[in-house]
Design a binder for this molecule. Structure first.
Ligand SMILES: Cc1cc2nc3c(=O)[nH]c(=O)nc-3n(C[C@H](O)[C@H](O)[C@H](O)COP(=O)(O)OP(=O)(O)OC[C@H]3O[C@@H](n4cnc5c(N)ncnc54)[C@H](O)[C@@H]3O)c2cc1C
Length: 449
């Protein structure tokens, strides 16, 4: 925020609300899975989330697709752990189903996901959940966080922990603790998702309607996607617009993006009522409680994951996550997506037009998955802090692939496991033995190669 001038906040004593092994700030599946994995290793954990539920983008922003748990040939399982566990639990309630075939992934009824995540937390009595609680400020002394200051309806208090995990997406904790970070010039833009009744109808191509009539409704050139929702016939999740040129980690930009995003959703509904055969049957069912944010701060770590490493399937000794989702970069303006695949193909997609090419020549064999090393989750400047989620240190291309939830969930599980190991040994997160970490992850259900 721009400031008019400054005032001095008087210093005061704060109550310590908890003194635990691990404090996780941010309660998407990334943060919640970190908490569960740490708790399962016997750690006492506080899990702080600013909104009214867990799940992050999946619940609050209505993003309902988890991508494939298999390699690019759809043969080898590469992702297990809590992602698979939660999908199985949802599938048992018919609240998750494969998208076409399992190569794409699964779609969920994310309202059911909220409840399943509550249950998962409650199954671990050594996790203290704190909803409606904002992680405000880490106190740092000699390169270690000594307390996390949080605020909620009770006022302001401190959480003391041996190890802290920043799972805020934006890297709020790391940035305020002084870990270096960057915000790219060409950020992937946020999208306001919505549930819309009768969004789809056989033979109606939304992309063409958007292309021909968007301007009449004050919408910029753009393109997006939509999905049916398990258990809810005729209701679709539509992610059809972006709000361009905003940094969602900037308070003023974020306010603008939320309001502009809601305007674009109404404009889409009105356009469909006028130009589709569904007409007045089209209705807005649900707005997101937060705009879907793709990218803000990228927080420094000991390793920056590169597009080159990812596309060539480079293996790491300290790998803690595997992924097969393609590079998928949303254009910073004008709509369109650039996809790059591990087999050398490249596609630019915009409004159902596809420009196909290659980023490299064909080869007889191709890598079928990529990896994320543990070194992407910590930086030597703060020795008891791990970062998990979309602030992950990665270049623009690598970020386009690793950012999806099945990958971010694994960074959470790894951070929780590493945090529990570090807390138990009273060691820095930089000193966690990657052999032990990988074995402990595998013993807890993760697929480790
Ligand atoms: C519109 C859209 C569509 C997408 N489509 C897909 C898709 O189909 N499949 C897919 O897998 N991925 C998709 N992605 C990408 C993916 O959803 C995100 O990259 C991923 O969810 C990021 O996870 P995260 O845990 O890092 O962040 P988030 O999900 O944003 O979680 C951060 C959590 O921290 C909380 N928080 C933040 N700051 C604080 C604070 N200071 N104190 C307390 N709590 C805090 C937030 O409330 C939130 O719960 C999409 C993203 C967007 C925006």
């Amino acid at each position: 925020m721009d400031s008019v001038n400054t005032i001095v906040e008087p210093s005061r004593e704060l109550p310590v609300w908890a003194d635990v092994d691990v404090c996780v700030v941010g309660g998407s599946c990334t943060g919640l899975f970190a908490a569960v994995r740490a708790a399962r290793l016997g750690a006492s954990v506080v899990l702080i989330e600013r909104s009214n539920c867990f799940g992050g983008v999946a619940t609050n922003a209505l993003v309902l697709v988890w991508h494939s748990l298999l390699d690019t040939e759809f043969k080898k399982p590469i992702i297990g752990g809590l992602t698979k566990h939660v999908l199985d639990r949802l599938a048992a309630r018919r609240a998750a189903e494969p998208v076409g075939n399992e190569s794409v992934g699964y779609r969920m009824n994310t309202e059911e996901l909220k409840i399943e995540l509550d249950m998962l937390v409650k199954e671990h009595p050594n996790i203290t959940p704190m909803l409606h609680t904002f992680g405000c400020r880490p106190l740092v002394e000699d390169g270690r966080i000594t307390a996390m200051l949080v605020e909620n309806k009770d006022g302001r208090g401190a959480i003391r922990a041996r190890v802290y995990i920043d799972a805020t997406g934006d890297g709020d904790v790391a940035a305020r603790a002084g870990v270096p970070y960057t915000v790219r010039e060409n950020l992937q833009p946020p999208t306001p998702c919505a549930k819309i009744l009768h969004f789809r109808q056989e033979g109606v191509r939304f992309g063409e309607i958007y292309r021909d009539h968007a301007a009449e409704f004050g919408l910029p050139p753009d393109s997006g996607w939509d999905s049916p929702i398990p258990q809810l016939p005729n209701i679709f999740m539509a992610a059809q617009t972006h709000v361009f040129n905003v940094n969602a980690a900037d308070a003023k930009d974020l306010t603008y993006a939320e309001m502009e995003g809601r305007r674009t959703i109404r404009a889409v509904v009105d356009m469909m009522r006028k130009y589709t055969p569904q007409g007045e049957k089209v209705a807005l069912v649900q707005l997101p409680s937060v705009i879907g944010i793709r990218e803000t701060r990228i927080v420094a770590a000991e390793h920056c994951l590169k597009e080159e490493e990812l596309l060539h399937g480079v293996r790491f000794d300290d790998a803690i996550a595997n992924g097969s989702y393609r590079i998928d970069v949303h254009a910073p303006e004008g709509g369109g997506f650039l996809f790059k695949y591990l087999d050398g193909r490249q596609v630019f997609a915009h409004n159902q037009r596809y420009q196909e090419g290659r980023w490299r020549e064909p080869t007889p064999t191709n890598p079928t998955f990529y990896q994320v090393p543990y070194r992407c989750l910590y930086h030597r400047s703060v020795k008891n802090l791990l970062t998990a989620g979309r602030m992950i240190n990665s270049d623009r291309g690598a970020f386009g692939a690793v950012r999806v939830m099945v990958n971010m969930n694994q960074t959470g599980e790894a951070a929780g496991t590493a945090a529990a190991l570090a807390a138990r040994a009273d060691a820095d997160v930089t000193r966690v033995d990657s052999v032990v970490l990988r074995k402990t992850l595998a013993d807890g259900g993760s697929i480790i190669y």
